[in-house]
Design a protein around this ligand. Sequence first.
Ligand code: COA
Length: 161
Amino acid sequence: MRPEERVRRTGIYAGTFSPFTIGHADIVSRALSIVDTVVILLAINPEKAPIEPSRKRKRAIEQIYSDEPRVIVEEWSGLVADYARQHPAPVLIRGLRQITDLSYEQGMANVHLEKFGLETCFLVTRPGLAYISSSVVRELSAAGVDTSEYIPGSSAKKAYP
Ligand code: COA
């Protein structure tokens, strides 16, 4: 098979990303060693009500990856599976922070596989980043604590003071 005939694989990394943290960024950079393109998909979790509109979150993430053409940021209000099926070789990317994430993730991965034929690739979060979550960053920030160390990229720090 000639290199140009190889199917280009798209990793779809969906989340609320309110805000996008260094834990998320680590998953994206590791996913880039597995797939050709990573789509960071700002999707809707019906149980969450992010403070910032998705347009603002999208802009902040785009600034982080302005020099990385293999990363695309998109907003999506439907099922992740419906977005993924628009791509020729999609694989869902998920980070696993701890064992308790697995039961929820296993259910989602099974639905995606059985119902939509979509595979999920799990990347285990580095131990040093596993304690970071968007809500922890939001809470610290709301209490006036400097959270810039958890937000990748200096321009993004402006979006999430
Ligand atoms: N490093 C740091 N933090 C991480 C992380 C990592 N590697 N991986 C996950 N997290 C954090 C997230 O920031 C989030 O933190 P928070 O709860 O404080 O906000 C938390 O772990 C949970 O992440 P996740 O499970 O990805 O939740 P989410 O709300 O960000 O995303 C969706 C959930 C949007 C992907 C999911 O609701 C969805 O797919 N919605 C679209 C509809 C759909 O297709 N549903 C599926 C039907 S089978």
